[in-house]
Design a protein around this ligand. Structure first.
Ligand code: F6R
Length: 611
């Protein structure tokens, strides 16, 4: 979604802002812009990539020591130069960038039109800017007060940053529902939607909370609440290296992140799972073990890939802990009136920790008294902070738009929770508990083995790159992996793909089967194996092409399938952590073969901070 960067200090602002916008490109956007202040305010914006903005500015005098920048992902108004941010006030003295959606922009716009304001764009942002400017001109002592008054009337989500020609040494920022981080340098400050534009300048940051306002000068950061009272900024040290957000020799972030999975899973297990001692230590779980053990019901909430991790966790938690589990799409959960009873525990699954639907669903559930447990990747994110307890996934920054290593890390955390909880409840025997711990400890090496098949998966991708549709089938623990395989392929290659429980095929999707349809079976060895073999025969009998992810040395499937991809043997409960890897590679190489931008697929945003 939209990305925001700003700088105030003694360096040249433009290169810092430009680089910051490039670092935020992964979030998804369709236009970019900057406003720079050097005596006079100058605004430059362009539809398209940050690189296009950059080349359009070659030869322009861009000297300034403060500025704001933005990458826009269109919500109100088509992607275009005029709808790009920053927007400017009528006087030309104020510039503003905004991330989020102003829901009540229409009545405010009507009032402003009646007062004679003219609009140069179709955006809700310009409405908010004119609204602030109107209050600034007529009813407030200063810009800070104008922003405070204006925001009291605003319904929706926002992060805004304003630059004021009359107050060149001050940036005003405010947030509600969209993220904002401020990096603290020596006589300089860096503002951004996440830490990636900041990390190379400082590791000291302040995460701004909802309803807080920041008055940012080169040498001072003042935080205030809506009652205009000062709050002490809580400074956090970033636990992230610059290398983690660079490609490190890989052609794409997605490939790098797929190949980082042995390390990501290892990092997630590290310090928690001790196979020798047979222990799983997780602070967030240990402190709330009684509450989790006695949970009447667990409700898992997430979106997209995180929802798929939740679906698999449902199977695993019910099997090992005998607690009823429901998995909810956050976007549905937030709007229907779900029954939440005392004793219900909500597990929120989110890579970014900023997904708007998940965030609001959790806020609603928390207001109804539910206990929120977060499984989140981005440290300090909104969902992490809203959760009453949690476990970080420690996968490191995920830049590729398609989620890969975050998924396997989410599963690793959810499996550890289920195994620990099951053993503590007595629903999991000591032998099986130790066996599953041993199996989890071996996952990083087994993922590495699965990655060694990359070259043959690339060939398979080339073979099927022109397919119009794909079907992904799996049963039991591998059904969520079939869904995930289909989602990855859709996102990255734009090929229509459906994931189905293999047995459901006969209830409809089998009608699609013809010679040109590749059907991917997620068929690692488990109790359903024979049944899956029959399903594959049914596809072959109708001339479909069978591709299968199988456990090594599965002669039966090798005989039926047109192509197979082997992964190392694992306990059937743990196998999905490994069987998903070839499907991620299949999606990657298919997108690559089709010449698509796999790190920034069309229309998608990395973190969906609007509904
Ligand atoms: C798919 C993908 C999305 C996200 C979804 C939730 O590859 O990345 O489906 O999984 O938008 O995002 P988070 O996990 O950040 O809440």
């Amino acid at each position: 979604m939209c990305g925001i960067v700003a700088y105030i200090g003694s360096r040249e602002a433009y290169p810092i802002i430009l680089k910051g916008l490039q670092r935020l490109e992964y979030r998804g956007y369709d236009s970019a812009g900057v406003a720079l202040l050097d005596k006079e305010l100058a605004v430059y914006k362009k539809m398209g990539k940050v690189a296009e903005l950059e080349s359009s500015l070659i030869g322009t005098n861009l000297h300034a020591q403060s500025g704001i920048g933005h990458t826009r992902w269109a919500t109100h108004g088509e992607p275009s130069d005029r709808n790009a941010h920053p927007h400017r006030s009528s006087s030309g003295k104020l510039a503003m960038v905004h991330n989020g959606i102003i829901e009540n922009f229409a009545p405010i716009k009507k009032e402003l039109l009646q007062k004679g304001y003219e609009f140069e764009s179709d955006t809700d942002t310009e409405v908010l800017l004119h609204f602030i400017d109107d209050i600034y001109q007529n009813d407030a002592n200063n810009l800070e007060e104008a922003v405070r008054i204006a925001l009291k009337r605003i319904v929706g989500a926002y992060v805004i940053i304003l630059l004021d020609q009359d107050n060149p040494d001050t940036l005003i920022a405010a947030r509600k529902g969209s993220p904002l981080v401020i990096g603290i340098g020596k006589n300089e400050h860096f503002l951004a939607s996440d830490a990636s534009p900041i990390i190379e300048y400082t590791k000291e940051v302040v995460y701004i909370n909802d309803y807080e306002m920041a008055i940012v000068k080169p040498d001072e950061l003042i935080l205030k609440n809506p009652g205009n009272e000062r709050i002490t900024p809580f400074i956090t040290k970033l636990d992230m290296e610059l290398a983690a957000i660079e490609k490190g020799g890989y052609e794409h972030f997605m490939l790098k992140e797929i190949f980082e999975q042995p390390t990501a899973v290892f990092d997630c297990l590290r310090g928690r799972l001790d196979a020798k001692k047979g222990t799983i230590t997780m602070g967030g779980i240990d402190q709330h073990l009684d509450l989790l053990r006695e949970a009447k019901r667990i409700i898992i909430v997430g979106c997209g890939t995180s929802w798929h991790a939740g679906l698999l966790a449902e199977y695993v938690l019910e099997e090992l802990c005998r607690i009823p589990v429901e998995v909810e799409y956050a976007s549905e959960f937030r709007y229907r009136n779900p029954v939440i009873n005392p004793g219900d525990v909500i597990i929120a699954v989110s890579q970014s920790g900023e997904t708007a639907d998940t965030l609001v669903a959790l806020e609603n559930a928390k207001n109804k008294g539910a206990f929120i447990f977060g499984v989140v990747n981005v440290v300090g994110s909104s969902i992490a902070r809203l959760s009453q307890a949690g476990a970080y996934t420690h996968a490191g920054p995920e830049i590729g738009v398609a989620s890969t290593k975050a998924f396997t890390a989410q599963l690793t955390v959810l499996y550890m929770i289920a195994i620990k909880l099951g053993y503590s409840k007595g629903t999991l025997s000591k032998e099986r508990y130790q066996h599953l711990i041993n199996e989890l400890a071996m996952v990083p090496d087994k993922i590495q083995d699965a990655l060694n098949e990359a070259a043959s998966i690339e060939n398979l991708a080339k073979k099927h790159q022109d397919a119009r549709d794909f079907l992904f089938l799996g049963r039991g623990y591998n059904f969520p992996i079939a869904l995930e395989g289909a989602l990855k392929l859709k996102e990255i290659s734009y090929i229509h793909a459906e994931g189905y429980p293999a047995a459901e095929m006969k209830h409809g999707p089998i009608a699609l089967v013809e010679e040109s349809l590749p059907v991917v079976f997620v068929a690692t060895r488990d109790i359903y194996h024979e049944k899956l073999v029959s399903n594959a025969r049914e596809i072959k009998a109708r001339k479909g092409q069978v591709l299968a992810v199988i456990t090594e040395n599965d002669d039966l499937f090798e005989e039926i399938a047109d192509d197979t991809i082997s992964v190392p043997a694992a306990d059937e409960l743990i196998a999905p952590l490994i069987s998903v890897v070839p499907l991620q590679l299949l999606a990657y190489y298919t997108g690559l073969a089709k010449g698509l931008d796999v790190d920034k697929p069309r229309n998608l945003a990395k973190s969906v901070t609007v509904e």
